[in-house]
Design a protein. Structure first.
Lengths: 201, 83
């Protein structure tokens, strides 16, 4: 029986896979497939996610020899997955009917909130499970209706919980740009969800 | 005295929460939110939105997909060849 050994780091696996070790690549797939699938669902749809998943790992396999360790391996992989998702979205060319701008907060001439902003709360009781399904559908719809650049930044920063610096690296933009895009996405989604998830005066 | 209007406060909210605002602006925004119930509610809902979206979109990988991913990669790479 083999002695228990520490799991190799992502970067160690990446180096071994880049050198042609297929078992290391297989371990990378095992380690990241669930995360990439979740990301793909958030960036595209349940329908397109399987294609994005396949394309991501094919690209990872092909480009591993060019991974230079300038970022964490996970950040590099998220960049590939984000690009694959964007390609997929463009290919399917389904455009949402109505953008989310109408859900941005409103202010009067003095710069004060026009209405009391709604609190966002999620129901937790069992009899509200149906609402959770409605919420899940609305959440997917809200993400799909974000402008592509905002969705990418918001999903990586707030849903996959990368740091702002990591998102900046993954998307190839400045941290200030990431913050601006995430902020706009948060404002739109906050307004979009507020009618569903409980309004507290 | 704070002189920030709600609209400016909302504009600065992300930078405020990330801790990248200059100290004087940070303090002014904090002062405004403390004295403005509408902004306090706004900050709360703004902070809740990511968590709600995160929980509502946490898809899990279907078992069948794991197998088809392996088959796909076996066909196009030299990985997943050994039994």
């Amino acid at each position: 029986m083999a002695a228990p050994t520490a799991e190799p780091s992502d970067e160690t696996l990446a180096a071994r896979a880049a050198a042609g070790d297929d078992s290391a690549f297989e371990a990378i797939v095992e380690r990241f497939q669930a995360r990439v699938y979740r990301l793909a669902c958030r960036l595209t749809s349940d329908t397109d996610a399987p294609d994005v998943l396949q394309e991501t790992f094919l690209q990872v396999y092909r480009h591993l020899p060019s991974f230079r360790g300038e970022s964490r391996f996970g950040t590099w992989l998220y960049r590939i997955a984000s690009n694959a998702a964007l390609m997929r979205r463009r290919a399917s060319a389904r455009r949402p009917a109505e953008p989310l701008e109408v859900f941005l907060p409103r202010f009067d001439a003095q710069g004060q909130h026009v209405t009391t902003p709604a609190e966002l709360q999620v129901a937790s009781r069992a009899d509200e499970l149906l609402d959770r399904q409605v919420l899940a559908a609305k959440a997917r719809d809200g993400l799909a209706r974000l402008p592509d650049l905002y969705r990418e930044a918001f999903v990586l920063r707030d849903l996959e919980e990368l740091s702002t610096a990591e998102v900046a690296h993954a998307l190839g933009v400045e941290p200030a740009t990431v913050r601006q895009r995430v902020h706009r996405a948060r404002l739109m989604l906050r307004g979009y969800l507020s009618d569903l998830v409980g309004v507290k005066p | 005295m704070n002189t920030i209007a709600c609209v400016s406060g909302v504009e600065l909210l992300m930078d405020y929460l990330e801790g990248v605002l200059p100290a004087d602006l940070h303090a002014a925004l904090e002062g405004h939110v403390a004295g403005c119930p509408k902004c306090a509610a706004f900050v709360s809902s703004y902070r809740n939105a990511p968590r709600i979206l995160r929980e509502a979109t946490a898809a899990t990988l279907p078992a069948g997909l794991e197998a088809s991913l392996k088959a796909f990669l076996r066909a196009r790479t030299t990985a997943f060849r050994s039994p």
